[in-house]
Design a protein around this ligand. Structure first.
Ligand code: SF4
Length: 279
């Protein structure tokens, strides 16, 4: 197939994920608390090559042997789970991305100082569940203004964001809260790496006729890349690897763009590019 392939200016592994992978490789035979990153294929590789296995719920954690090693996932875990590990004398290897740890600390301090906490994010996302556990009792989780309109928020409030969310929506929520609260502190905790990948795909999606976003289907930042690209390029596809690539994606396509989520390793990106080249 005669098609030009162009990579986004920024794509793929971010610093936090790279760090977590290295920590896992350096600590073979450990357990990870939840998936270390949102990429099932990379997790399978770590399991096969470094015997790093995953546990999740409280029961699993309770079954861990004393003095064994556990790696905390990149997006962090709720405080209660961390306490459980500490109480069991587990050797904790904290691979929580420092950007996420920063949000947890902001929320911890703010709640102790009497602030209510608004988290712009998805309540089912593990990162948000972890952050929430540090935010005290008065915490609101919202994906947009509508979710906050009927809430009784009026006092001292801080606003933080899940790291992978969109800037524009965050600003909308900040403006809304400014009107509603007597005191508002805004902490823009959207991650730079995610932003750079988002900017790059936005540009790329304007100049290609097909765009392939590679990443775990459970990865929030990958889905966000897909949504941004779709705004400009109708032929945008989200794939987890080369087996998802279909020839029909490229019908009458001359230029194909490639981007990848922050938890997508290079070996999967290479695999997809090779498949496209060999179609
Ligand atoms: S996307 Fe940003 S916050 Fe998330 S792991 Fe990567 S560097 Fe950390």
């Amino acid at each position: 197939m005669n098609i030009e392939i162009k990579l986004a200016k920024n794509y793929g592994f971010c610093f936090g994920v790279q760090r977590a992978i290295e920590m896992s490789e350096n600590n073979p035979n450990s357990s990870t608390i939840g998936p270390i990153i949102h990429n099932p294929r990379e997790i399978a590789r770590l399991k096969k090559e470094f015997y790093v296995d995953m546990v999740d719920g409280e029961e699993d954690i309770n079954r861990l042997e004393e003095n064994s090693s556990a790696i905390v996932r990149t997006h962090g875990i709720p405080k209660e789970k961390l306490d459980l590990l500490k109480n069991k004398n587990i050797n904790i290897i904290d691979a929580t991305c420092p950007y996420v740890t920063k949000i947890q600390k902001i929320c911890d301090k703010a709640s102790k100082d009497g602030y209510e906490v608004v988290i712009f994010g998805d309540r089912n996302h593990p990162e948000v569940q972890g952050i929430k556990s540090y935010a005290g009792d008065k915490v609101y989780i919202a994906l947009d203004i509508d979710a906050l309109k009927n809430e009784n928020i009026s006092n001292k409030v801080i606003l933080v964001s899940q790291t992978t969310k969109k800037q524009k929506k965050f600003e909308e929520i900040a403006s809304f809260l400014k009107e509603k609260c007597s005191e508002l502190k805004v902490h823009n905790t959207i991650c730079d790496a995610t932003l750079k990948n988002q900017e790059a795909i936005k540009e790329l999606s304007k100049e290609v006729d097909t765009l392939i976003v590679i990443g775990g289907l459970n990865s929030s930042n990958t889905k966000e890349l897909f949504n941004i690209s779709k705004e400009n390029c109708e032929n945008t596809y989200l794939v987890s690897g080369s087996s998802d690539i279909q020839k029909t994606f490229f019908d009458s396509s001359k230029k194909c763009g490639i981007s990848a989520g922050a938890s997508t390793p290079k070996w999967i990106i290479d695999e997809v590019i090779n498949k496209i080249k060999n179609l």
